[in-house]
Design a protein around this ligand. Structure first.
Ligand SMILES: [Zn+2]
Ligand SMILES: [Zn+2]
Ligand SMILES: [Zn+2]
Ligand SMILES: [Zn+2]
Length: 225
């Protein structure tokens, strides 16, 4: 129905634009044959406002039954108390088990063995809009963040290589000791030694013809997979 609905409306609008039909006639022609279907269509949920049955998971903050919502990263549980006063903004990640039960997945931040260089608190791994990164657990008091090391050491001074983004929005991989060390790569390092020449890491190369391949940076070696 949605397809017909849209294409018909578009056709009508084209005709209106071309001056073939006055707007009111166009709208009436459009609505009359469809009004019955539209009534039915109201009950068919669209992908965005799919009505999920209420869950049997109680909000641990206020006891209301959590609802399933759609977010940028898929479905999550949200407390219906967000529209109340005072609002309860509790949300949880969850997994649906094969039998349909809802299992809460802890949002807990993975710990690291690093300490914040500014305040000494442990650093934790957080998931943000652009992927994972390391942040100080004392947030928001301390706002130290840093990229997750790629597990590849700089061949010049042994510093961690981290992902950065150029001003033009292209990813590159640079030594964490920048500006002391200026080692940087456009190709994503792969934390595996070259099986042929034992170079400490390989890189991912992209070419339009061949797609992505993993290659050795050592030109004399020429290892490619
Ligand atoms: Zn709540
Ligand atoms: Zn800190
Ligand atoms: Zn370096
Ligand atoms: Zn090699």
């Amino acid at each position: 129905l949605d397809v017909d609905f849209t294409s018909l409306m578009e056709k009508e609008l084209d005709e209106v634009e071309e001056g073939a039909k006055p707007w009111v006639t166009a709208v009436r022609d459009f609505y009359i044959p469809f009004s019955k279907d539209l009534d039915k269509a109201k009950d068919i949920p669209g992908p965005k406002d799919t009505v999920e049955p209420p869950t049997n998971v109680a909000c641990e903050k206020c006891g209301r039954m959590m609802e399933i919502k759609w977010g940028r990263n898929g479905k999550f549980l949200a407390c219906p108390g967000y529209k109340e006063d005072p609002p309860c903004k509790n949300t949880q990640n969850f997994e649906k088990l094969p039998d349909g039960t809802i299992k809460i997945v802890a949002k807990e931040d993975a710990s690291t063995d690093e300490k914040c260089e500014k305040c000494g608190s442990p650093m934790v791994i957080k998931t943000g809009r652009f992927g994972k990164f390391i942040a100080c657990s004392a947030y928001p008091t301390c706002k130290t963040t840093k990229p997750i090391p790629l597990g590849v050491k700089c061949p010049q001074d042994g510093g961690d290589l981290t992902q950065k983004r150029s001003k033009k929005g292209r990813n590159f991989y640079a030594c964490a000791n920048y500006p002391k060390c200026e080692f940087a790569l456009w190709d994503r390092p792969v934390p595996r030694p070259c099986p042929q020449c034992q170079a400490p890491f390989l890189v991912e190369k992209y070419s339009k013809g061949a797609g992505t391949s993993v290659v050795c940076r050592n030109e004399e070696c020429g290892y490619k997979e």
